[in-house]
Design a protein around this ligand. Structure first.
Ligand SMILES: [Zn+2]
Length: 396
């Protein structure tokens, strides 16, 4: 069973939600879980026992009594199992191990040359996950009766900066990943590790990580990832909405008003990605004769108030706002959040916000939260970890 096949009650008082309440500290006992979920004590007990037998929950001594026998306290195990997470970007990858509540145990950033191809890049990143797991388990837990240190690893979640067919884990026509088209990430990784590997695009992982961290209580949310590329992830009814193939939320080739309309890598012109992505800003500045090495250089120019760079950032913000207005009118989310390296760019954010208010129905924006993703550089690996944790809970 995949996470998409998980019964709907998996969200309402289902094992995943029970686990999340304990992980967040909202519940420390079976009684708390019964109160929060509205389920009967016997159903809660059954689900808790199942989670304990899977090693996802543990009993941690006695809690405070409200008269009668002191209840046993529940906790998410911190010492044992971890999940691995890889958030691959155009030039860097964030790699980490996280515990089963989604907290980062260890993480580091590695430089990546995406053009080296999938075997080399993914091989190196998987080796890094193994090294982090080994560091976590320590030498005394290593090679006990021949079991390798990676025995503590429950699964690996991987975010890819391009379209991923969800059912197969295959990359389909990515814009800036030469040599990766059609590559089966799940199969490749499955030959190298013996745990489940779940692959998704980076915007979906950012959406999941940001939603679980900042707004787990809100059911409908849209997250824009604006970095070298541009994409979005959609949370609908509290869960990641992927659509039929996994391309839901991919706004990169939606057409925006731009004169002249810059050509896009997809063969069309005037796509959002060709106007508003970090890569597009680098190209546009160079075309205007401004020597700029990369996105970091562009952001520096904007921070310094350079007029060319600032005008382009405003244009990018308007373009994102135009597409987002359609999304907001259509989908009516409670929160729209922007993350990625361009999210800190004030002129972009201001014009995105203004366009959104101008183009949306009052009813859609009345209580709409428009904000930055605040979860920081670990948001992607946090999303990747939750993908795996949800999968482990749903399939065990
Ligand atoms: Zn395009």
């Amino acid at each position: 069973m995949t996470i998409d096949d998980a019964p709907r009650d998996a969200l309402r008082g289902g094992p995943r939600e029970l686990l999340r309440w304990v992980a967040s500290g909202a519940a420390v006992s079976r009684a708390d879980l019964a109160r929060l979920s509205g389920l009967s004590p016997s159903t809660v007990s059954q689900r808790v026992e199942a989670l304990i037998s899977q090693g996802l929950l543990e009993e941690a001594g006695a809690g405070r009594s409200r008269g009668g026998r002191r209840p046993r306290q529940l906790a998410v195990p911190t010492g044992g199992a971890v999940v691995g997470a890889i958030d691959l970007g155009a030039h860097h990858a964030r790699v980490g191990t996280l515990d089963l509540s989604g907290r980062v145990v260890r993480a580091r950033t590695l430089p990546v040359r995406i053009e080296d191809g999938p075997e080399e890049v993914l091989g190196a990143l998987l080796a890094e996950v193994s090294a982090l797991v080994a560091a976590h388990t320590g030498p005394d837990r290593e090679a006990v009766d021949g079991a390798p240190a990676v025995a503590a690893l429950r699964g690996i979640g991987i975010g890819i900066p391009g379209p991923v067919q969800h059912a197969t884990g295959r990359i389909v026509s990515p814009s800036r990943m030469p040599g990766w088209n059609g590559f089966d990430v799940t199969a490749f990784c499955g030959q190298r590790v013996e745990v489940p590997v779940i692959v998704d695009n980076d915007a979906n992982l950012m959406a999941l990580g940001a939603h679980r961290t900042a707004h787990p209580d809100l059911d409908h949310a849209v997250y824009i990832k604006a970095g070298t590329g541009i994409g979005s992830g959609v949370i609908s009814d509290g869960r990641l909405h992927r659509g039929a193939q996994g391309s839901a939320g991919d706004i990169s080739h939606c057409r925006v008003v731009a004169d002249p309309a810059p050509p896009c890598s997809c063969g069309n012109a005037g796509c959002l990605e060709a106007v508003a992505s970090g890569a597009a800003l680098v190209t546009a500045l160079r075309d205007q004769g401004v020597p700029v090495a990369d996105l970091t250089g562009v952001i520096r120019l904007i921070d310094d108030g350079d007029r060319h760079a600032t005008a382009l950032a405003r244009q990018a913000g308007r373009a994102i706002g135009e597409i987002l207005a359609v999304v907001v009118n259509f989908f009516n989310p409670q929160v729209v959040a922007i993350g990625g390296r361009l999210a800190d760019c004030e002129p972009l954010l201001a014009s995105m916000r203004a366009t959104l208010y101008e183009r949306c129905l009052p009813l859609a924006t009345q209580t709409l939260l428009i904000e930055r993703v605040t979860a920081g550089q670990d948001v992607g690996i946090t999303g990747a970890a939750h993908l795996v944790i949800d999968h482990v809970v749903a399939t065990s």
